[in-house]
Design a protein around this ligand. Structure first.
Ligand SMILES: CC(C)(COP(=O)(O)OP(=O)(O)OC[C@H]1O[C@@H](n2cnc3c(N)ncnc32)[C@H](O)[C@@H]1OP(=O)(O)O)[C@@H](O)C(=O)NCCC(=O)NCCS
Length: 144
């Protein structure tokens, strides 16, 4: 498995979009809009790749004050619970740290809160709804 950045609008990006649709959108009966996708042009796209296929993907969106937002985390169904998400999170943290971001924030689905707690993210909000699902805001300060 290779853990690396992928280029926006590359062939691997298209595959990563298909994976995000399958894991994050289709089960909710939702689609990606043009506006949603053009907004991620300035995001960093990180992925786990095997045999030229995307097994997992996550985006980092630059925010104000040296903060980056982790979003759109999706591991392909067959590959979940094998440590791939954990490794991709570590790559994202290293990547963000090297670019001098000081903190990662994210909106965790309630079902994934345990995963992020396991990766030492802290809960910083009450439950709220996003895409119709219960979510919590979480954060992690990046160590030097
Ligand atoms: C949530 C998700 C990103 C985690 O990635 P993953 O590759 O399946 O997770 P890992 O195998 O790396 O798990 C690492 C650790 O977290 C734990 N863990 C994984 N998913 C968990 C969950 N949903 N709740 C609690 N703990 C979880 C595992 O037990 C593991 O700990 P261990 O190795 O000590 O047993 C992935 O399962 C996924 O894409 N789920 C569907 C989409 C989704 O919910 N995305 C996140 C939206 S915020």
């Amino acid at each position: 498995m290779i853990y690396t950045e992928i280029e926006y609008q590359s062939e691997l990006y298209t595959k990563s979009l298909e994976l995000r649709y399958k894991i994050l959108r289709k089960p909710l009966g939702l689609r990606f809009t043009k506006e949603f996708l053009s907004d991620e042009m300035n995001n960093f796209h990180l992925a786990a790749i095997e045999d030229n296929e995307i097994r997992a993907v996550v985006l980092l969106k630059p925010m104000e004050d040296n903060i980056v937002k982790m979003r759109q985390f999706a591991v392909d169904s067959k590959y979940q619970h094998q440590g791939i998400g954990q490794k991709l999170t570590k790559l994202a943290e290293q990547f963000a740290g090297e670019k001098n971001y000081k903190k990662i924030v994210l909106h965790a689905r309630k079902s994934a809160v345990g995963f992020y707690l396991n990766m030492n993210y802290t809960l910083i909000s009450k439950e709220f709804l996003e895409v119709g699902l219960p979510h919590y805001e979480m954060e992690k300060i990046l160590e030097k």
